[in-house]
Design a protein around this ligand. Structure first.
Ligand SMILES: Cc1cc2nc3c(=O)[nH]c(=O)nc-3n(C[C@H](O)[C@H](O)[C@H](O)COP(=O)(O)OP(=O)(O)OC[C@H]3O[C@@H](n4cnc5c(N)ncnc54)[C@H](O)[C@@H]3O)c2cc1C
Length: 345
C-alpha cells in the first residue's frame, strides 16, 4: 500500500495530523509502537488555556483554541469543561502582559483581562493572595480542560471511518532513503512506503535522529481529594504550580520535575506528593490536609526554547518533524495539525 502520508506516533499530535489529512481526502497510516495515546497524551492533564509569556506560543495556543471550538469535524469539543483560568506572573511584567492580552483580544478574539487584588480576593476567596502586591493575574474566562485520551480514541475511530489505517504495535526503526527523499520506513512488520512522512513521536524523537535537540523530561501530576474545591484552573510562572478542579471534586496538581534524559519507556511510579502539596498549599491552602488520591508520571519531549519543532527536513524533502511540545502539546494539537497539513498539501 502506497500511502499519501505515514505518521509515526499515535499521540495527540500524530492523530490530529492524521485526522486533518484524512478529512481532506488523503490516505494515511499512523504507525504506533504501543497503542494510541500510550505516550504523554494518555497521561496529560488536558489543560487548555492560551496566555503565555512567549508571544509566539500565546498566538499558537489562541489559534488552536479557536480550532478546538469551531471545527465541527474535530471531536475535541465533546469533552471540554470550561472552568476559566488564572495565570499568575511577577508584577514587573505588567506592560508586556498587557501587550500580549491586547494581541490575543484583537487578533484572535480571545478575551482575557488583568484582575486586581480586590477582584482576586472577592472572586476567589478559597485561593491565597498574600503575595498580591508582587504579582499580576491574567484571567481567561474561556479556558478549561478536556480529556486527551478520550479525544485520541475518538480521533482513531474517525480516521478509520475515513478509510485510513491505525497500525498499532508497529515500531519504526529507521528510514529507506533515495535521491534526497524518504522512500519507506523500516518497521517490525516490514517496510512501508508513502509520499510524505511525519514524525510525531514525542519524547522518543532522538531515537529517530531528530536534527533538533529534543530531550525527554518527566512530568508528574497528583490528585488530591478536596472538599473546598478550587473553582478555577490556576497556573503560575513563579514556582511552576498548575492545578485544576476535576469533575469528581478532587484537584489535579502539578509542579515541575527536573529529571531529564530518562528512557521514556521506563515505567516510573508517582512520588514526591508532599513536595507537590507544599508548593500547592501556598496558593490553595485547603490542600494542606487533603488526602492524596493518585497521580500520573510520564514524559514529554522538550526543546531548548520550549517552542516545539515543526519543520520540513532540510535534507529529505518529504520528511516533516513535529516533536518537542514541551508540556503543552495537547492544547496546541489542532494548530499543529493545521501546520502539518499546510506542509504536506
Ligand atoms: C503528566 C502530564 C501532564 C500533561 N498536562 C498537559 C496539559 O495539561 N496541557 C497540555 O497541553 N499538555 C500537557 N501535557 C503535555 C502533552 O500531553 C504532550 O505535549 C502531548 O501529549 C504530546 O503529544 P505527542 O503526540 O507529541 O506525543 P505522545 O503522546 O508521547 O505520542 C508519541 C507516540 O509515539 C510513539 N512512538 C515513539 N517512538 C515510536 C516509533 N519509533 N515507532 C512508532 N511509534 C513510536 C509512542 O509510543 C507514543 O504513543 C502533559 C504531559 C504529561 C506527561
Amino acid at each position: 500500500m502506497d500511502y499519501d502520508a505515514i505518521i509515526v506516533g499515535g499521540g495527540i499530535i500524530g492523530l490530529s495530523a492524521a485526522h486533518k489529512l484524512a478529512t481532506n481526502g488523503k490516505k494515511v497510516a499512523v504507525l504506533e509502537k504501543k497503542r494510541p495515546g500510550a505516550g504523554a497524551t494518555g497521561l496529560s492533564g488536558g489543560l487548555i488555556r492560551v496566555f503565555d509569556p512567549e508571544i509566539e506560543l500565546a498566538e499558537f495556543a489562541a489559534e488552536s483554541y479557536n480550532l478546538f471550538n469551531t471545527n465541527k469535524n474535530i471531536p475535541y469539543k465533546d469533552s471540554f469543561v470550561k472552568t476559566g483560568a488564572l495565570y499568575v506572573r511577577d508584577a514587573s511584567t505588567r506592560s508586556e502582559t498587557e501587550h500580549i492580552i491586547q494581541i490575543l483580544n484583537q487578533k484572535y478574539s480571545y478575551y482575557s483581562e488583568l484582575l486586581n487584588k480586590d477582584q482576586c480576593t472577592e472572586l476567589y476567596p478559597n485561593i491565597s493572595w498574600q503575595d498580591s502586591e508582587s504579582v499580576i493575574v491574567v484571567h481567561e474566562p474561556n479556558a478549561g480542560y478536556a480529556d486527551p485520551l478520550k479525544i485520541s480514541l475518538s480521533l482513531v475511530d474517525k480516521i478509520e471511518y475515513l478509510g485510513s489505517d491505525i497500525l498499532e504495535g508497529t515500531e519504526v526503526s529507521g528510514f529507506v532513503s533515495k535521491s534526497g527523499k524518504i522512500e519507506a520506513v523500516k518497521t517490525n512488520i516490514g517496510s512501508l512506503t508513502a509520499k510524505h512522512f511525519v514524525i510525531a513521536n514525542g519524547a522518543w524523537a532522538a531515537s529517530l535522529d531528530c536534527p533538533e535537540s529534543v530531550r525527554s523530561r518527566e512530568i508528574q501530576i497528583h490528585f488530591f481529594q478536596n472538599s473546598k474545591v478550587h473553582p478555577i484552573l490556576i497556573d503560575e510562572t513563579l514556582g511552576g504550580l498548575y492545578a485544576r478542579p476535576c469533575i469528581n471534586g478532587s484537584s489535579l496538581v502539578g509542579v515541575p520535575l527536573l529529571e531529564w534524559d530518562i528512557d521514556p519507556d521506563l515505567k516510573r511510579s508517582i512520588s514526591c506528593a508532599e513536595n507537590t502539596r507544599s508548593i500547592a498549599t501556598q496558593r490553595l491552602s485547603s490542600l494542606v490536609d487533603a488526602p492524596l488520591c493518585g497521580g500520573r508520571r510520564g514524559f514529554d519531549g522538550y526543546t531548548q526554547t520550549n517552542q516545539g519543532y515543526i519543520k520540513k527536513s532540510d535534507f529529505k524533502k518529504n520528511l516533516i518533524w513535529a516533536v518537542g511540545w514541551s508540556g503543552c502539546g495537547f492544547k496546541l494539537a489542532p494548530a499543529i495539525a493545521s501546520r502539518i497539513f499546510d506542509i504536506v498539501a
